[in-house]
Design a protein. Structure first.
Length: 135
């Protein structure tokens, strides 16, 4: 059997889904694909999906929903792919222009770069160069 060809969905959790929706739509320009107030908001990001669930409602059993319950406590992390350092720097500049605090700007051992911020729920959001992982 071949390994999977990629990750189709990334999930993070946010109690304030309206703030999360506004943040990912307005800051990153992601397209809202589906939402259910008080439960989730789903975004398209290239060929992947960013799913944001309310951490409390995603754990509650629902007889009408056969999908296994899930959830997490505390801040999550994921990384958006940038094509190169100039792209990472453009994102850093965008965050600064929007008044979003830069938590960290990092140069990796392979001379690739990442910038880190926090979303309204406290999740760690990284924008990193593709070459960080050899792409």
């Amino acid at each position: 059997m071949q390994p999977p060809s990629g990750i189709m969905e990334t999930v993070i959790y946010a109690s304030d889904l309206n703030a999360a929706e506004q943040f990912y739509r307005d800051v990153f320009g992601l397209e809202v694909v589906r939402q259910l107030p008080g439960q989730f908001v789903f975004f398209r990001c290239g060929q992947q999906m960013l799913l944001i669930f309310d951490p409390e409602t995603s754990r509650v059993a629902d007889a009408g929903n056969p999908i296994p319950r899930h959830g997490a406590n505390g801040a999550g992390h994921f990384c958006f792919r940038a094509k190169d350092k100039a792209d990472v720097d453009a994102w850093r500049d965008r965050f600064v222009s929007l008044g979003i605090e830069i938590e960290h700007y990092h140069r990796w051992n392979n001379d690739s770069y990442s910038v880190y911020i926090r979303d309204p729920a406290g999740n760690s959001v990284e924008v990193g160069e593709s070459k960080l992982w050899g792409y």
